[in-house]
Write a protein that binds this ligand. Structure first.
Ligand SMILES: Nc1ncnc2c1ncn2[C@@H]1O[C@H](COP(=O)(O)OP(=O)(O)OP(=O)(O)O)[C@@H](O)[C@H]1O
Length: 241
């Protein structure tokens, strides 16, 4: 089984008729997938459904071959995620937040916590309370939490948000490094085309709740001068005038 994530006919409509429709998508193990779309396209909705924070109206998601509907625990067994904002406890330190996050996982100990804080480069601030953290530091803590139990699949909603230039470069390096070293699969949403182009092996474009294009970054850049041009052409082809 080389598919890490398979999304089948996934639909979720809110009462106001916004949401996502008939999403079909396959992500191979070890791939870094970029889910690109403007504000309101439906990225967060898709990810919430994928990790069981919300129920789909129709369709299913299989993670490592396990359906999130029929086999939720097994499906989520190797998944780490950050959906929407990271909300660590402000009056606890980073280390204490990590302890809390890993309290039910027997493989998580002091060494593993330090390792994750080291990888995300916040080890220096591990004993500082989160209320004194900047947005970028909180993002890093979020990643540290997401990788704590060594998940094989990491789902990140807008991981580049709130980061400065150096932070973005480091976040890209961190994702690529984890994918190469541990064959970790990533599903990353973003509206930042440049970061997706530099980070992801495969890109899917979500527009008005529909997946309007999916291809490997390699193919896209063979046929278009930039991911931005591909994005604009796919959106143009599918716009409702
Ligand atoms: N709970 C809700 N009730 C009604 N409509 C909602 C709800 N949550 C989201 N929506 C609407 O569904 C659409 C998709 O929202 P979603 O948050 O999934 O988009 P997104 O691509 O993640 O956007 P952003 O990049 O701004 O976070 C938007 O039009 C939004 O207004």
């Amino acid at each position: 089984m080389d598919k890490a994530i398979v999304i089948e006919n996934l639909s979720k409509m809110y009462k106001n008729n916004r949401g996502i429709q008939e999403i079909n998508l396959e992500i191979n193990k070890g791939e870094i997938f970029g889910f690109l779309g403007p504000n309101g396209a439906g990225k967060t909705t898709t990810m919430k459904v994928m990790v069981g924070l919300m129920k789909a109206d129709k369709g299913d998601v299989k993670i490592n071959g396990f359906s999130i509907i029929n086999n939720y625990e097994k499906a989520m067994n190797e998944v780490g995620c950050i959906i929407e904002n990271v909300n660590p406890f402000p009056y606890l330190t980073a280390y204490e937040n990590m302890q809390l996050c890993g309290r039910f996982k027997k493989e998580v100990n002091r060494i593993r916590i330090d390792e994750c804080l080291e990888i995300t480069r916040i080890i220096k601030y591990k004993n500082e309370k989160i209320k004194n953290y900047s947005l970028g530091m909180k993002q890093r803590l979020g990643i540290a939490m997401a990788i704590l139990s060594n998940p094989k699949i990491i789902i990140l909603d807008e991981p580049f948000n709130g980061l400065d230039v150096e932070g973005m470069v480091e976040m890209r390096e961190l994702i690529i490094c984890l994918s190469q070293k541990h064959k970790t699969t990533f599903f990353i949403s973003s509206h930042l085309i440049h970061d997706i182009e530099l980070t992801c092996d495969k890109v899917g474009i979500l527009y008005n709740g529909k997946l309007v294009g999916v291809d490997s970054t390699h193919n896209i850049l063979k046929n278009y001068s930039s991911l931005e041009n591909y994005y604009l052409s796919e959106v143009d082809l599918n716009a409702d005038y």
